[in-house]
Design a protein around this ligand. Structure first.
Ligand code: IMP
Length: 417
């Protein structure tokens, strides 16, 4: 039974949603295992656009089903909204999804805390404001609320009351929604999810099913935003790596492939180091052609050139076994394309950063390659070969447009040249 993880190889927004949605036709289960509604995974179904923040990118009218694993932090209101929007076009789609009752919930307070914390930081991270950091903080500090607590209302009330008491001291009374209101809202959302047909099933109960079917794991954000190994502190608070599949009961040794998705260039949204960033007419053009505006917040993304040291770092940290390149068409028509091949750190050129701190001090060293008029031109093939040789991971697929079918295997592309 095939098991594949798809993770972002850069700073997120690489087009994982589209890639997952393309692969999804061949899998029984599509599993999200980390992050929350900070993600924005865009898919097209029958030419209609949907942005999934929490829902795994299943094909809504296909046979595959979606699972929200325990490594996630889930905002139930957002989940209900996404499901209701999808169910309006695909009646009964809610029954295709199951959520692990062990997931931690993003509470209304977490979003308030997220905004207050950003205001207090000397250097704001530029979070999405979706309450992700505070929800994961409550998990680690053991004040959080899990989905399973919604089935024990007394425990829920007690946990919320205690958490509220502590938070009002820490935040000097600035949080607004008292615990009984939060509890009533959560119970209402739980009931709406049940009405939509969503199942609450743990990875333990899914164990046999997952092991006898094909599973596609859908990562969130990208390796360089990973809490442990990304450009800390300018990272998200969850795992962005393939090893996050452990929250669904799998080991990375059980994966047949860890596909790293990368853009043909690089983008980043929010603050933090970005060695190959360039703000010029050229990169502004790339931003417009590539519609580089956040799927969750609408913020313009910072744009830069392809960064091979960062990719090598991501490949090692997340054990990438294949690469999927997206948005190659956005660079069509450029005379030359810059690629960062090394980082100058303390006067020496290195081909890979050793630590996340190296990203803060690295000066990019570039090579310039000839551009291509279209992705079926030989120069694009040379670009891909250059990436493969430099990163030591093969490129398997190329995405050349936002629609699900605008995707091709590398060998198919070569045949059509
Ligand atoms: P948070 O995850 O909302 O706490 O944001 C932390 C950092 O991660 C900020 O720089 C965000 O812009 C960035 N971030 C979070 N989710 C995504 C994503 O899905 N794509 C790209 N950047 C993201």
């Amino acid at each position: 039974m095939r098991r594949v993880a798809v993770v972002g190889a850069q700073w997120g927004d690489e087009g994982k949603g589209k890639v997952v949605n393309y692969f999804a036709r061949d899998f029984d289960w599509i599993v999200r295992f980390a992050g929350g509604a900070n993600a924005g995974h865009t898919i097209y179904v029958h030419d209609r656009k949907y942005v999934n923040h929490l829902l795994p990118c299943i094909v809504p009218d296909g046979p595959g089903r979606g699972f929200l694993g325990a490594g996630m932090v889930v905002d139930l209101g957002q989940l209900v909204n996404e499901l209701e929007a999808l169910a309006a076009d695909f009646p009964g789609v809610g029954a295709k999804f199951a959520v692990d009752p062990e997931v931690f919930l993003v509470l209304p307070w977490h979003k308030q805390q997220d905004i207050l914390l950003e205001k207090m930081r000397a250097e704001p991270i530029g979070t999405t404001g979706r309450g992700i950091g505070p929800a994961y903080t409550d998990k680690a500090s053991r004040e959080g609320v899990k989905l399973c607590h919604l089935f024990d209302e007394q425990m829920l009330q007690e946990r919320l009351a205690n958490s509220w008491h502590m938070k009002q001291i820490l935040y000097q009374g600035q949080l607004t929604m008292p615990p009984d209101e939060v509890a009533a809202e959560l119970i209402g959302l739980r009931d709406r999810l049940m009405k939509l047909g969503v199942q609450f099933t743990s990875a333990v109960d899914m164990g046999k099913v997952f092991r006898s079917t094909s599973v596609l794991f859908e990562g969130a954000q990208g390796v360089l935003l990973d809490l442990d190994f990304g450009t800390f502190p300018f990272v998200t608070s969850g795992s962005c790596m393939a090893h996050g599949v452990s929250s669904v009961g799998f080991s990375t040794f059980e994966l047949d492939d860890v596909a790293g998705v990368l853009k043909a260039y690089t983008t980043r949204v929010g603050a933090g180091p970005f060695p190959t960033e360039e703000d010029s007419l050229l990169t502004q053009g790339i931003r417009e052609r590539g519609k580089e505006y956040g799927a969750t917040t609408g913020r313009p993304r910072r744009v830069g050139w392809l960064d091979l040291p960062a990719l090598r770092y991501a490949a090692i940290r997340s054990g990438l076994t294949s690469l999927v390149i997206t948005k190659a068409d956005v660079l069509n028509g450029l005379e030359t394309v810059k690629v960062c091949t090394g980082y100058r750190i303390d006067g020496a050129v290195r081909d890979i950063p050793s630590t996340s701190h190296d990203f803060f001090v690295a000066e990019p060293v570039y090579e310039e390659l000839p551009g291509w008029p279209s992705t079926s031109h030989v120069n694009f093939l040379k670009y891909m070969t250059f990436i493969e040789e430099q990163v030591h991971v093969p490129i398997t697929y190329i995405s050349y447009g936002p629609k699900t079918d605008e995707m091709e295997t590398k060998s198919g592309l070569i045949m059509s040249m």
